[in-house]
Ligand binder design. Structure first.
Ligand code: GLU
Length: 486
């Protein structure tokens, strides 16, 4: 069998949507397993809506996801001559023809179709124009479109790798336009010309293109090429089964990045949108390599996948916990910078501190944004005390004394590591005849402003003696001024 070749062909008219990214991923998994080539193609023949900066963004998003390709990016806008050449060949072979019908002349047919709730089908008025008639139109200065001569009878069968055979009656397929009056190819034509010329063996794309496929198959037959195999992957819908849109949260890869997701988590999550790895049942965490080993188009679902933010959050927190620490730090730095916690380039000592902070905090953060938020007090003193915490811990009898004594004890410590701080706290609570919790809770609130977080002794060791003692004193003053009956 010849080498497997797939392509991902985004239109650069916006950011990379989760649906598009999932299509890219399925292509990637399929081709890596098959040991073939992955072609990146940019469908940019819609000159008005395509933008160069979107091409850069698409490429950046694919790279961030780790979906590397072997060939391209090829831009359709650089291949316009190919489409013209192929279209002219079809005209010369009488498999396509020029059509001079104006929008106005087709208007009544269009409105009649609308009235009957039917799709408008071009009636074929220009199918058999004589050379003289063509010449006359030409003289009038009318720029024609080129239409493909399509069969009026019979059935076009799409043998879809996911959905099986899907039949389309040719009577419902009109002589559609392959080249517009401005000389640019339509999507259906450019897409199949590229797929054929680029030797694509498997077209794996979104379900919304299934209705284009019979047209592309008819094109391929006219062009005289063998068909690639087609696989249409299911839509991704919102939980209420409506079309996924902004109101459901992030929908583009860039937005998922900005929300602080890790690429591995997004990849893992997307793979399970519409694909079930099968045997093994409950398993849900896979690396890209593991996924491509197991990927199989036969196991792609026919029904729509439902986008579930909670599950993505769960996956992301999983990856946050198990990620290589240095890699996590690298990924987190832009988010820490955004919140003005660090400034790059980082001195070695600041990098080490950041690394320890992240290691302490990562257990509880679902995203890199949360990670940076949860690290605020490691960098700044100007936080407020949580109201509930104040009522619960600061307003308790004797708290001021406990905190002051703790500060005094810590000041005496020679080394200020986690173990030393902890044993100091334990012996102080014994001396005072109270539980360690009675010391720990107000201390946490004093040092972080919060009632929950990483291990307190770890926090203290990271903050160091000076800051810890300072914050304890500050909290004691706060309690005296705000929490005690006067
Ligand atoms: N440019 C089309 C899209 O982004 C590609 C469709 C295809 O894969 O053929 O939807």
């Amino acid at each position: 069998m010849s080498e497997v070749r797939v392509r991902f062909a985004p239109s650069p008219t916006g950011e990379l949507h989760i649906g598009g990214a999932r299509t890219a991923l399925f292509n990637y998994l399929f081709v890596r397993k098959a040991g073939g080539k992955f072609v990146l193609r940019i469908d940019d023949t819609d000159l008005e809506r395509s933008r160069a900066d979107y091409i850069d963004k698409l490429i950046a998003s694919l790279r961030w996801l780790g979906l590397d390709w072997d060939e391209g990016p090829y831009c359709q806008s650089n291949r316009l001559e190919e489409y013209t050449r192929e279209a002219e060949r079809l005209v010369a072979e009488k498999k396509a023809y020029r059509c001079y019908c104006s929008v106005e002349s087709l208007a009544s047919g269009r409105s009649a179709a609308r009235r009957d709730s039917k799709a408008f089908l071009y009636p074929g008025s220009c199918r058999n124009l004589s050379a003289a008639e063509e010449e006359a139109f030409h003289k009038e200065g009318i720029s024609p479109v080129i239409r493909l001569l399509t069969p009026d009878q019979g059935t076009t069968v799409v043998k879809d790798e996911v959905r099986g055979e899907v039949r389309f009656e040719n009577i419902n397929i009109d002589d559609f336009i392959i080249v517009k009056s401005n000389g640019l190819p339509t999507y259906n034509f450019a897409s199949i010309v590229d797929d054929l010329q680029m030797g694509i063996t498997h077209v794996i794309r979104a379900e919304e293109h299934l209705t284009n496929t019979p047209r592309q198959q008819i094109c391929a037959a006219a062009l005289g090429y063998d068909l690639p195999l087609f696989a249409h992957v299911p839509m991704i819908l919102a939980p209420d089964r409506s079309k996924l849109s902004k109101r459901h949260g992030a929908t583009s890869v860039e937005e998922f990045y900005s929300e602080g997701h890790l690429p591995e988590a997004l990849i893992n999550y997307m793979a399970l949108l519409g694909w079930s790895p099968g045997a093994g049942g409950e398993e849900e965490i896979f690396t890209l390599e593991e996924m491509s080993e197991r990927f199989d188009l036969q196991k792609v679902n026919k029904t729509a996948a439902i986008y579930d933010v909670t599950k993505l959050g769960w996956m992301n927190s999983h990856y946050m916990r198990v990620y290589d620490l240095d890699k996590l730090v690298e990924a987190a730095i832009p988010f820490f910078e955004q919140k003005e916690l660090v400034k790059t380039p980082l001195e070695e000592q600041d990098y080490c501190y950041l690394k320890q902070v992240i290691d302490a905090v990562r257990e509880r953060a679902k995203t890199l944004v949360e990670l940076a938020e949860a690290s605020f007090y490691f960098y700044h003193d100007n936080f407020n005390y949580d109201d509930k915490g104040v009522n619960k811990h600061f307003r308790k009898e004797n708290t001021v004394e406990f905190i002051r004594q703790a500060a005094a004890k810590l000041r005496q410590l020679e080394s200020f590591d986690k173990e030393a701080v902890e044993s100091q706290y334990r012996s102080l609570s014994e001396e005072l005849g109270i539980s360690t919790g009675r010391l720990i809770h107000p201390t946490r609130l004093a040092l972080t402003g919060r009632t929950a977080g990483p291990g307190l002794f770890e926090i203290m060791a990271l903050l160091g003696r000076e800051k810890t003692v300072e914050r304890l004193e500050k909290a004691a003053n706060y309690i005296e001024n705000n929490c005690l009956e006067k």
